[in-house]
Design a protein around this ligand. Sequence first.
Ligand code: ATP
Ligand code: MG
Length: 291
Amino acid sequence: MEAVTHTDIKELKRLFSGKVRDIYEVDSDRLLIVATDRISAFDVVFNEGIPGKGQVLTRISNKWFSMVEYPHHLISTEPEKELPFLSSYPELEDRCVLVKRLKRIDIECVARGYLFGSAYKDYVKTGSVCGIKLPPGLRLAEKLPEPIFTPATKAETGHDENITLEEFRKRVGDEIADYLESTTLAIYRWAHDKLYEKGIILADTKLEFGTDDEGNIYIIDELITPDSSRFWEKKSYKVGISPPNFDKQFIRDYLETLDWNKQPPPPPLPEEVIKKTIERYKEIEKIILSL
Ligand SMILES: Nc1ncnc2c1ncn2[C@@H]1O[C@H](COP(=O)(O)OP(=O)(O)OP(=O)(O)O)[C@@H](O)[C@H]1O
Ligand SMILES: [Mg+2]
């Protein structure tokens, strides 16, 4: 299978290409989201795609959306029923969803049950994450006393940055802040417990939200995928080390072995890294689809 790294649906207007998804306009209140095989790490998109990754992400996200009990943007997982011309793009099968067109709230809503990534870095430097003081002496990948909500800005360009809870409240207002925080934490706990039974630790996850004209809040984008979350295997999890995982950490770990400054242009990804990455994505897909 060849990787799909760009799409061109002639019948629709393309509004936006993210690092992974291409967004098309369907009408004034609906979008078509197409998940490509593009992969990014450290916010840099690689030239190579990961064949089949977009389909894996779409199926995983659709599964969570079908189970979650909060309002979300998904209208249809079979957009070809309504947009029959999609059948002339067979490479896009299982990559497209029809969603409500919403106004994005420009915050990455992150819940963490374990200390890793940018949170670990902030903790080592300051003892806190997003203004939340944590107990001293925590080690890499250690379970937190309680899951925490650690919002970040959605930077148009460049890297997303953690912000304090205070700054977050100032940006979105108290009412929306309460909803985003409690919903993100509730979904994290719910998904964590479901996956834990299957031998998987959900270390953290990132949600995005959007609002409609009436001010109703919906989950948008993707839900609990390897691109938005860290999944660790319970059996190989050990405090103090970078746990083997099902997500991009594999590529990140590879990149750390290179002498690359994490700025474009990206280095080429070896065939072996591509192959191992899609295998990991497929393993976690199997587990999630069995929930
Ligand atoms: N229902 C929706 N309404 C409006 N925007 C949406 C909706 N669902 C997802 N989006 C936006 O579409 C884009 C999805 O593309 P992708 O995930 O590739 O972006 P990205 O590279 O992560 O970029 P960004 O940093 O802007 O999120 C995101 O910007 C996301 O916020
Ligand atoms: Mg995204």
